[in-house]
Design a protein around this ligand. Structure first.
Ligand code: ASP
Length: 322
C-alpha cells in the first residue's frame, strides 16, 4: 500500500515537473565544429526556440567522426528534454559507413521534427586556376593524384557529396577530414586544400565576397539566392542526375517524456513559421520545411527512406570505417 502511494506521489511529482517544462536551459548538441553550416542552423534556430520556450538554448559543438561522436553523446544523455541533437543527412548515411556505430539511428532517439533543406556547392581555393566548372574538370584531370578534397569526416554531408563527385568524374582524390567544414573552409581560404563540397549556409557569404571559387550547385535546379543564381547545376555541367540536398532535423534521447516532446515540437513548428528565421535561411540558400515532416512520425519515416536511399549507393562505393 505504502509502495503504491509512493509510486502515485512520484508520478504526480513527475507530471507536475513536466507541466513546468522547461525550467532551465536546453542544450542542443551540434556534431560538428562551431561556425560551420550545421552550427549556423542550430544557432539561428536556437534564438527563436529560446523565445518560444522561455529558456536559454545553449549550443554545444561535439565534432569528430563525421558527426557520430556528437550523436552518440545525445543518444546516451538523460532523456529529460534538456539534451537535444541537431544533425543533418549524416543521420541517414552513417549507418552504411561505420561497421561499429556507437548508437542505433532508428532506436536510440525520439524524432522531434525536421528543420530545413540546404543545397551544396562545389567550391575551390581562391588560387585555383580554374574559373568555370569545365575548367575545373580539366584541372582535376591534369592533377590526378595531387588533389586534396576537404570534408568533415566519414558520414558528413561533405563526405557524401565528395564521394559521389569523385565517383561521377572517376577521379580519386585525397580526402582531408576536419571536425566540421568551418575549419575546412579556413584551410580552403588559406590554400591548404584544393576543393570542397559544402552547404550553401557556409559558402554563400564567401562566394558573395569573392573569397573562394564556386563551380556548381548539387541540386537538379539552379538556385534563386542572388549570390548563387549564376552557378550551373552539376547535372547541366555533365554529371547527369547528380542530386544532393542536405536536411537538418532535431532529436532527443529515446525515452524523453511525451509532454516535453510535445512542447518542443510545438516550439519547433512555431519557430519554423517565423518570417525572420525564414528570411535569414533563404538568404543562405536554405529552404525551411513547413510540411508534415516537421512532426515526429513523418520525420522518422523520412529518415528511414533516406537510409534506404543512400545505403546501397554508399556500400557500392565501398567506403567503410570501424
Ligand atoms: N557541412 C559539414 C558536413 O560536411 C558539417 C558541418 O561542419 O556543419 O557535413
Amino acid at each position: 500500500m505504502k509502495k503504491l502511494l509512493l509510486t502515485a506521489l512520484l508520478s504526480t511529482l513527475a507530471a507536475a515537473a513536466l507541466a513546468e517544462y522547461p525550467e532551465k536551459a536546453i542544450t542542443i548538441v551540434v556534431p560538428f565544429a562551431a561556425g560551420g553550416p550545421t552550427d549556423k542552423v542550430a544557432r539561428d534556430l536556437g534564438v527563436v526556440l529560446s523565445q518560444k520556450l522561455g529558456q536559454p538554448v545553449i549550443i554545444e559543438n561535439v565534432g569528430g567522426a563525421g558527426g557520430t561522436l556528437g550523436a552518440a553523446k545525445v543518444a546516451k544523455a538523460a532523456p529529460d528534454g534538456y539534451s537535444l541533437l541537431l544533425h543533418h543527412i549524416g543521420m541517414a548515411t552513417s549507418p552504411a559507413l561505420y561497421r561499429n556505430m556507437p548508437y542505433k539511428t532508428l532506436e536510440d532517439f525520439e524524432y522531434l521534427g525536421m528543420i530545413n533543406e540546404v543545397p551544396m556547392t562545389v567550391v575551390g581555393r581562391p588560387t585555383l586556376p580554374a574559373n568555370t566548372f569545365a575548367e575545373l574538370q580539366k584541372w582535376l584531370e591534369a592533377n590526378k593524384g595531387k588533389i586534396n578534397l576537404a570534408n568533415a569526416g566519414l558520414g558528413a554531408a561533405s563526405h557524401l557529396c565528395g564521394l559521389l563527385f569523385q565517383q561521377s568524374l572517376k577521379i580519386d582524390m585525397t580526402t582531408v577530414p576536419y571536425k566540421g567544414t568551418a575549419p575546412a573552409m579556413n584551410d580552403l581560404l588559406g590554400g591548404q586544400v584544393d576543393i570542397m563540397c559544402d552547404q550553401t549556409t557556409n559558402t554563400t557569404g564567401q562566394i558573395e565576397a569573392g573569397k573562394i571559387k564556386a563551380y556548381a550547385v548539387t541540386t537538379p535546379k539552379r538556385l534563386t539566392t542572388p549570390a548563387l543564381s549564376k552557378l550551373p547545376t552539376l547535372d547541366e555541367s555533365g554529371i547527369k542526375g547528380f542530386n544532393v540536398s542536405i536536411w537538418h532535423a532535431l532529436y532527443a534521447p529515446k525515452g524523453t517524456p511525451k509532454a516535453a516532446m510535445d512542447k518542443l515540437n510545438t516550439a519547433l513548428r512555431a519557430s519554423l513559421k517565423e518570417p525572420d528565421f525564414i528570411k535569414r535561411q533563404e538568404a543562405l540558400g536554405a529552404v525551411v520545411i513547413t510540411d508534415a515532416r516537421t512532426g515526429p512520425a513523418e520525420h522518422k519515416k523520412f529518415v528511414e527512406a533516406e537510409i534506404n536511399k543512400w545505403g546501397p549507393a554508399i556500400k557500392a562505393a565501398g567506403q567503410y570505417a570501424d
